[in-house]
Design a protein around this ligand. Structure first.
Ligand code: NAD
Length: 488
């Protein structure tokens, strides 16, 4: 089977590839602004059919109890997708604008391979736990705990790391025994639709277990969040939309699992190697044009070494290859859309109007007349109360902020509505540990440490979200607990 773009213009509903009732919509390559194909445009009626199929598959089949079938289907899907690796990598670069090197990691191969981790969990998880006997109200009872799938999961995802986020939801949800309706972002429909095609044509997933609904209509996400046939909403996206999802889900009291925004701090202690710290900070924010929720976008450095840090960061940013995402050496490709570029540019203007200095970048690259490119940008001269230090920009924009010692650095890191990730550079273990313990975030790296892995739970404190994705904790988000007791 070939996964040419024209073969991606179908929905997957009840095991069948079907056109969208709303026709098709254009898919645009963010590096060229060219229309590269179409995707199916679903309507509310299509979403209704997808939810009905997922409900029926959950209620009337053995899917949730057949751990071996689920593991087998997930491994089949992993192997089929990896066999199409070259085609899928090329289509992902074209649709997402992500640098090619990332498709060998989190933009394709990593999350596809991780389906195997969730398949293993389906088989190895302790589905029943013996609690032994106790004497509630004086009567001896034997108790056990059983874990059961939550039911129908509505998965709503954004465009920045589509494969990573789609598979971090459907992998554990399906492994746990749930059935799923996936609604990807309209900017990146192919990454999901091609998975639908592979599921339908190359795997044994029973009909209705996984449904994929691409659409330009954001309200289909709202429909999924409201529909009482859906038991859990697993959402990744902006904090503003996450709040709407939670409110919509409250009508039917469904569980919500939210992965939202971030404004993470990269803390450099005064005993750190400033050169390597700033090089890493520059690399983090420039990679994939800063379009990652866990990217560290505030660089918090010792005040007495501010000038040195600005120079080191600026030099590092200038040296990172930016441009054509199909080039294996590119680190910074385009951002996803004209709208997103406009948003980033308005934040850069705002920084200047608030008294900030643009140390490098700030505009569009002169050699890129087409494509949604933004120059890697470093902003200085502002403190942590500036809007560009408080709000998520989602572009290759780093704000450098001075601190007056370790406690002040922790205070600055925590002075944010978000709490998703962070980094600390230093040499003294005790001081590093104090920072790791003091910063209220779901993940922390030390001296360039990378926590991203299938077995590491990822998620946020505060307004960065509710719950954890990946790892055993991420798998358990899709489970309910049932306590069973009998007289002993
Ligand atoms: P978004 O919130 O605009 O959209 C995300 C998804 O929600 C899309 O599929 C969209 O169609 C859908 N949606 C829109 N309105 C909806 C509604 N009212 N009800 C239900 N669904 C609705 O986000 P985006 O612009 O696609 O992505 C960028 C944002 O995602 C950034 O803020 C980023 O930080 C965040 N993000 C977070 C994580 C994480 O794991 N924490 C990962 C990636 C991206």
């Amino acid at each position: 089977m070939s996964l040419r773009p024209e073969s991606a213009s179908d929905l997957l509903i009840d095991g069948k590839l079907t056109p969208g009732s709303g026709g098709v919509f254009d898919v645009v390559d963010p590096a060229t602004e060219e229309v590269i194909g179409q995707a199916a445009d679903a309507t509310a009626a299509d979403m209704d059919a997808a939810i009905a199929a997922a409900r029926t598959a959950f209620d009337t089949t053995d899917w949730s109890r057949d751990h071996a079938l689920r593991a087998r289907c997930l491994r089949q899907l992993r192997d089929a997708l990896l066999a199409h690796g070259d085609e899928l990598r090329a289509l992902t670069i074209a649709e997402v604008g992500c640098p090619s090197f990332l498709t060998h990691g989190p933009q394709f191969e990593g999350p596809v391979t991780d389906l195997g981790y969730f398949a293993d969990l389906a088989e190895s998880y302790e589905w029943t736990r013996d609690l032994g006997t106790a004497k509630p109200m004086g009567l001896k009872n034997h108790r056990e705990l059983r874990s059961e799938a939550v039911g129908v999961v509505g998965a709503i995802t954004p465009w920045n790391f589509p494969h990573q986020i789609n598979f971090a939801k459907i992998g554990p949800a399906l492994a746990a025994g749930c059935t799923v309706v996936l609604k990807p972002a309209p900017d990146t429909p192919w990454c999901a639709a091609l998975v639908g095609k592979v599921v339908a044509e190359e795997t044994d997933f029973p009909p209705g277990v996984l449904n994929i609904v691409t659409s330009t209509d954001h309200q289909l996400g709202a429909q999924l969040s409201t529909d009482p046939r859906v038991d859990l909403i697993s959402f990744t996206g902006s904090t503003a939309t996450g709040k709407k999802v939670m409110a919509a889900a409250s009508e039917s009291l469904k569980k919500v699992f939210l992965e939202l925004g971030g404004k993470s701090a990269f803390i450099v202690l005064d005993d750190a190697d400033i050169g390597s710290a700033c090089a890493m900070a520059a690399f983090n924010v420039v990679t994939h044009a800063g379009q990652g929720c866990a990217i560290t976008t505030r660089l918090v450095v010792p005040r007495e070494r501010l000038d040195e840090a600005i120079t080191a960061t600026r030099d590092a940013m200038a040296g990172l290859p930016a441009g054509d995402p199909t080039d294996g050496g590119t680190i910074c490709g385009p951002v996803i859309s004209a709208r997103q570029r406009q948003r980033i540019e308005s934040y850069i203007e705002l920084a200047t109007s608030e008294g900030g200095t643009i140390e490098i970048g700030g505009g569009r690259p002169a050699d890129k007349p087409a494509g949604f490119f933004v120059e890697p940008t470093l902003i200085s001269g502002l403190d942590n109360s500036a809007r560009v230090a408080q709000e998520e920009i989602f572009g290759p924009v780093l704000v450098i902020i001075p601190h007056d010692g370790d406690d002040d650095a922790i205070r600055i890191a925590n002075d944010s509505p978000y709490g998703l990730s962070g980094m600390v550079y230093g040499t003294d273990e005790e001081r590093i540990n104090k920072v790791v313990n003091g910063v209220r975030t779901g993940t922390m790296g030390v001296n360039g440490g990378i926590w991203y892995s299938a077995d590491v739970p990822f998620g946020g404190f505060k307004q960065s979200g509710i719950g954890r994705e990946m790892g055993v904790a991420g798998f358990e988000e899709y489970l309910e607990t049932k306590a069973v007791a009998r007289p002993a």
